[in-house]
Every structure is written in C-alpha cells, then in structure tokens.
Design a binder for this molecule. Structure first.
Ligand code: SF4
Length: 488
C-alpha cells in the first residue's frame, strides 16, 4: 500500500497552521500530530492528484458535474437502499430512509454534511475533506438536487482549521450548484460538538451542544424543515453509488455489506492512521499492516467504544454484523489497540477522565455523575479501593439519563473493561498491575493539584483529589482538570 502523511494541522496544499487542541487521552495525537493515510480502492484512491476539482472531474467524468436534478428522489433512495448505505458517523442509520422521510415532510429540505468528528481519536472525515472534498460534496449535492433542497451546510471541526480551509477552497471551486447554496460552518472544539442535535443547534445560531429532540431531523430539523444530516463519509459513499451504479459499488465488500469503509487506527504512542478497507476484510492483517499490536485487546468504536479481548479481535472482520455479534459496534470506525504490556484499566481511566470533562453540563447525571464516575474508576486504577461496587452503582445511575448518549457511551467503555479484563481489574483492586506495581510513591494534594513535575509529566491545576499512585504510571504528558493525558 502506498501512503502519504498529512503533517500536523496541515492540508495537502502546504498550509502550516497547526490544529489547536491538546489534552486528549492520547496526548494530542489525533488532533495535532501527523496523520498517516493509506491509499485506498475508492474513497482514498489517487491521493497524489490532490483535492482540486479539475483532476476530480477528469478522473471521473461521470462524476456529478451536472447533478441529476431530474433524477427522481425515489430513484436516488432506491440506489442508496440497494447498497444498504448507512451513516458512517456512528449511528449507522440508513441514508435512504432519511431521504424518503424528508420527501414526505413539510417544507423545503436542507442537507447537512457533518464533518465535525468530535471524537479526538477519529481522523477519517478530516482526511476525506482534506484529500477528497469533492467526493463528499458530489454526494451532498446529488442528495440536495434530488430532494429539491435549497441549501447544503458543511460543518467542519473547529480544532482542525486546515479542514475548514480545505472545505472553503472546494466550495469556491464549484460553480455548478444551481440554486443550492453551500456554506461552511465551524463546530466548537469539544467532544459532543459533532453530535447531530448539537450540529443543528450550531446551524440555528445557538450553542453547539446536544439537546433533546422530539422528532427526527428528517421530519423537522433546521428551522423546522426536513433535514438530511449525515456524516461526510456517508455522502462520499453516496457519490460513488450515484456515479458508478449499484453493481460497481457492490463489487467490493460482502453480499450483506457491500462497499468499503474508512477506519482510523490510533493508540498508545502510535501515529493515527486512516485507511479504507472493503467490508469483510479480516482485522488482523489490517492492524499488522500499520504495525498495530492488538494482542492485548482493542477499544473498538472510539472513546465511547467497547473493549474486545485480543483473541476476539484476531477472529474479527470489518463487518458491522460480526462486530455487533462480538458485543461491540463499529461506530465511526475508530480502532484503539492496546499495546502489549499496557494497562486497560489505566487506559480506560484516562479516557473516562477526559469524557467527564467533555460534558456539556446540561443534564445533572452527566454533569455530576461523569466526574464521580471518573473518580471512582481512578480509584480502581490506582488501587485505592478494593471493590468496583461504587463504580458500577454510578454507571447505573447515569445510564439513559442524558439528553444525548454521552453518559451511555462513557459507561459502555467502563462496563466492557469490567467484562473483558476481570483479571486486570482484580489485580488493581488488590493493589497491583501487570503494567507496573501500584504501590504509591507520590500523594497528590487534595483539591487543586500542585503545579510542578511528576516523573516526566507536567502537572497542571486539576481536580484529582487525593490520589496515591506510582509515577511509573505516567509517561510524558499532563494531568489536567478531570483528565490525565499521556498516561502510558
Ligand atoms: S448528556 Fe451530557 S453531554 Fe449530553 S446533553 Fe446532557 S449534559 Fe450535555
């Protein structure tokens, strides 16, 4: 496989502004370090062409230079349904169903391309927008034309300014949008900013935070109008179906799950990698191809994901069905391998600490419950408690109690930790850890942490409370408010 590297914060045109985001559980890896991109069979094909519209049209003359405005929306929905195209942002909702619903709702439809991944460990939509923006826009434009929509809104991640510049450049190149206005919007730099209701709030001029919604956005979304909102990759996949037809699309993948999918592989100290694989491809060789070691286990689905044991991962394929059968969900296609010798308990504690800090603070169980949950898990990770009872009780308390799924996603990783790594958890409860002795060598002062250095890390003001832990638990990184980044 050939590949290229997108340097930190850069677009392919040599833009040198770095992304401004740090302090995630994997340091600032996915947000501001290099992203390794492998050439793929479809979406990530011909990467050396660059993102420009000219080469895009030359490569695929049947691409939607003049989108099929006359194409009946029912025909488009049939195409999408024939390949069972589902959202690639996590919810896996069928795109055809959104399109059909929107045609029946009142008002002129709107299309929203959600490229604000929110999930720090995911880079695939940013890569698409940087390298193949016109494929995404082709798909959005095709859906918009078929629906008779008036507008396409493209939402980009605020912490990745190069993506916004790439989107604006691509839109400026397109003069064939007819009466459809296409605009770019910048999401806030936070985990929940990419949640669909939060995206609609942003577009409505309100805070970019999740809200409780009564009706599907395809019925009543932006301004009460039917809104087809989906992930950037979903629209790029839609463009392939419209351009190439069902048979060509189904030439890759499996009968039940045709086509390809983008994955982001990130992990302990690894450079994030984005690659495109056909459904049905075994996971093991994919991980081997990027030198990722998942013998110990893998967190599948990102920070809201599910831990799977190494032997389970070894038998898996890239298949939503197979992954669901294994007790996980492929989500936005984020794979976080746990390298040999690393500690899943500590890793999860770091992630949950980060997620607790990302609450929108609107729902009590999320605002107060997640920090308490993070604290309870830290106590387990540091071996200062002998039972997981409080942890499990807190998890039960917050589940299903938020306006969005942030609390549920957070407890998902904790529950899978307890289920998949019972021996490691028990070891911690007994005061030991395979990745290092937990005998405390430093005590953090209650309340605000002392500023200074600890091991090779740097302490900043935080709210960890009194904790005893071994400095060997920390690599280079920071201990911040409610989150401990850089723990190895
Ligand atoms: S559950 Fe949490 S993140 Fe979601 S809306 Fe409520 S407070 Fe915000």
């Amino acid at each position: 496989m050939s590949h290229l590297t997108i340097p930190a914060g850069q677009g392919p045109a040599g833009d040198t502004t770095h992304a401004e985001h740090s302090g995630t559980p994997y340091g600032d890896s996915a947000r501001s370090s290099d992203v390794h991109v492998f050439e793929g069979p479809r979406l990530l094909r011909d990467l050396a062409d660059g993102p420009g519209l000219g080469m895009h049209r030359r490569r695929a003359p049947r691409a939607l230079a003049v989108p099929p405005r006359s194409q009946h929306v029912g025909a488009l929905a049939d195409l999408l349904e024939a390949v069972d195209l589902r959202g690639r942002g996590g919810a896996a909702f069928p795109l055809a169903r959104k399109v059909r619903t929107a045609t029946k709702a009142k008002g002129r439809p709107v299309v929203v391309v959600n490229a604000a991944e929110g999930e720090p460990a995911s880079s695939k939509d940013s890569v698409l927008m940087l390298l193949k923006p016109h494929l995404v826009l082709d798909g959005a434009q095709a859906v918009a034309h078929a629906l008779g929509a008036s507008a396409v809104h493209v939402v980009v991640p605020g912490e990745r300014p190069a993506v916004e510049r790439a989107a604006r450049t691509a839109l400026a190149e397109r003069a064939d949008t007819g009466d459809i206005t296409m605009t770019v919007h910048r999401a806030e730099c936070r985990f929940v900013a990419g949640e669909s209701s939060a995206v609609l709030e942003l577009l409505a001029g309100r805070p970019n935070l999740p809200v409780t919604t009564q009706r599907p956005s395809a019925v009543s979304g932006l301004g009460g109008r039917p809104t087809v909102l989906s992930n950037a990759e979903t629209f790029a996949q839609a463009a392939l179906v419209v351009r190439d037809g069902v048979d060509a699309y189904c030439a890759a993948g499996t009968h039940a799950e045709p086509g390809t999918r983008l994955l982001t592989i990130d992990g302990d100290g690894e450079r994030p990698t984005v690659l495109e694989v056909a459904h049905g491809t075994p996971l093991a060789p994919i991980l081997a191809a990027v030198d990722a070691d998942a013998d110990t286990g893998l967190l599948l689905g990102g920070y809201h994901g599910t831990w799977l044991a190494g032997d389970v991962v070894a038998g898996l394929t890239v298949s939503a069905t197979a992954i669901t059968a294994a007790g996980a969900a492929i989500g936005a296609g984020v794979l976080l391998p746990l390298r040999a010798g690393a500690c899943p308990v500590r890793r999860t504690a770091v992630i949950v600490g980060y997620l607790a800090g990302e609450s929108a603070n609107r729902c009590g169980p999320c605002r107060f419950g997640l920090p308490a949950l993070a604290e309870a898990l830290r106590e387990v990770a540091f071996g200062t408690v002998s039972s997981t009872a409080r942890l499990e009780q807190l998890a039960t308390t917050v589940e299903g109690r938020g306006s969005c799924h942030h609390p549920d996603g957070t407890t998902r990783s904790i529950r899978s930790l307890l289920r998949v790594f019972p021996e490691e958890v028990d070891a911690h409860l007994s005061g030991s850890c395979a990745a290092g002795d937990l005998v405390g060598t430093r005590t953090l002062v209650a309340g605000t942490l002392v500023a200074g250095t600890l091991g090779t890390g740097t302490l900043v003001a935080g709210t960890l409370g009194t904790q005893t832990f071994d400095t060997r638990a920390f690599g280079i990184g920071t201990v911040g408010a409610g989150a401990m980044a850089g723990v190895r």
